[in-house]
Design a protein around this ligand. Sequence first.
Ligand code: HBI
Ligand code: FE
Length: 288
Amino acid sequence: MQAQALVDDRHDDIRPDYTMAQPYGRYTSVDHAVWRKLFERQGDFLKGRACDEFLAGLAGLGATKDHIPHFERLTEALMKATGWQIVAVPGLVPDDVFFGHLAARRFPVTWWIRKPEQMDYLQEPDAFHDIYGHVPLLMNPVFGDYMQAYGEGGLKALKQNALNYLARLYWYTVEFGLIRTKDGLRIYGSGIVSSRGESIYCLESPAPNRIGFDLMRIMHTGYRLDTFQKSYFVIDSFQELFDATRPDFTPYYEQLRKLPQVPSGDIIEGDRVLHRGTREGWDPRPDA
Ligand code: HBI
Ligand code: FE
């Protein structure tokens, strides 16, 4: 998934690392109203759906529904908890820049927020997706370590032309991951928690597969950017995720190059199947 660098040329104050000062004065009352609506809507039903670590992180951040948060305030809370900070960026930045920031415990947050007519879906991450979806779990030490390791891994993957494999790991964990708890499956993926529809679908619909986490399986499984997931992968703990990504991936990439891509809706030999999806309502188009 090659992110295009969408540098917004309206700001002449973008630094070489694509960071910028959060242009707080540019937010309109409509922007703050969109934030409030999204924040209230998610908050209502994420209890009992999002994992405790996410809910604790969101509470610890101090973000409120009243207005779009000041990034420095969020950074203060993050720094105390895990040494992470957030940096404002104009939108998607080049992969090497993105990974470089993660490796230095800086999470790039798009400064602008979606328009009211984009309430339910937008392709590119905005301030709500990044702050509400990604930042709360950076308050968790193990997940914070995982995200830094992912950044370091991304820089290495780029050098080995293996980003396509690693991007799937990010997709099926950081963006759309589920975690098993004593009370049942819970959400930790950012792409899910920042989407009302998918927060319900991923746990309650019989349509998608739910499969136990398997690093190599995930790294040769395709996905679509613009539909709900056909398969969700389930970890037992963040430690499991962190431990799985400690080794050097070079030998993994060599193995993966010999394997065919698994279609996102398939179940294959060796899968730990928690739920075999009914496939109803699936979009027939192929994976990216
Ligand atoms: N840039 N701002 C921003 N946010 C992202 O999530 C992002 C990015 N650039 C690259 C990227 N994600 C993905 O291509 C990598 O996760 C593979
Ligand atoms: Fe994201």
